[in-house]
Design a protein around this ligand. Structure first.
Ligand code: HEM
Ligand code: HEM
Length: 138
């Protein structure tokens, strides 16, 4: 059930890069109309590029997590509530990220953005709770 140390660290690194670049983008985006707006705009574009790259790596890791962790946890009936919560949260992040790319509509895109940001900001907290409840289920 426990993840191999290298895989676990890589997963933590990928989530950390996603969270940091996402949160930093929010700060840069809020400053883009100010005095040094051009610098913030460049920073925001670079942050999203790193964010998108990290997202691709994360999808790879999440795919590997299904047979290694999700199916095993489900079969062992361990941590199912927080397990389903993690799967739903990651599914929400992926679906809203798809929306950020492809929803042209001016009403739907802001929705995808808000939901993506809310799910992204909730991720570290829910991941920590997931790990704690998971350990307790041993
Ligand atoms: C995208 C979904 C998920 C992610 C990202 C995720 C991530 C993690 C991580 C990083 C750990 C700590 C691993 C370690 O200490 O080696 C963990 C622990 C755990 N997870 Fe998940 N998990 C997910 C889904 C699930 C599901 C669906 C279940 C069960 C149905 C589950 C059950 C557990 C259990 C039981 C532990 C504790 C293992 C132990 O320390 O003995 N997880 N999870
Ligand atoms: C599996 C996890 C995630 C995936 C697959 C993902 C993917 C993406 C993608 C593809 C974009 C669009 C990039 C672009 O327009 O060039 C994006 C934007 C964004 N992501 Fe994530 N992301 C994830 C997690 C997170 C997390 C943890 C945060 C934390 C705050 C976050 C915050 C943001 C923000 C603020 C944006 C910009 C929103 C906007 O343009 O309105 N994401 N993400």
């Amino acid at each position: 059930m426990r993840l191999e140390p290298l895989f676990r660290r890589t997963l933590y690194l990928a989530f950390a890069v996603l969270f940091i670049t996402g949160a930093a983008w929010l700060l840069a985006d809020a400053r883009k109309d100010g005095a040094s707006g051009e610098g913030w705009q460049t920073a925001a574009a670079n942050l999203l590029m790193i964010h998108g790259g990290a997202a691709m790596a994360t999808l790879l890791l999440l795919g590997a997590l299904v047979p290694l962790h999700v199916r095993r946890g489900w079969r062992a009936r361990r941590n199912r509530i927080m397990g389903v919560t993690m799967v739903s949260l990651n599914a929400a992040l992926i679906l809203t990220a798809f929306g950020l790319y492809y929803l042209g509509s001016e009403t739907l895109r802001p929705w995808a953005s808000d939901l993506h940001i809310a799910a992204g900001l909730a991720l570290p907290v829910l991941l920590v709770v997931h790990i704690l409840t998971g350990r307790r289920s041993r």
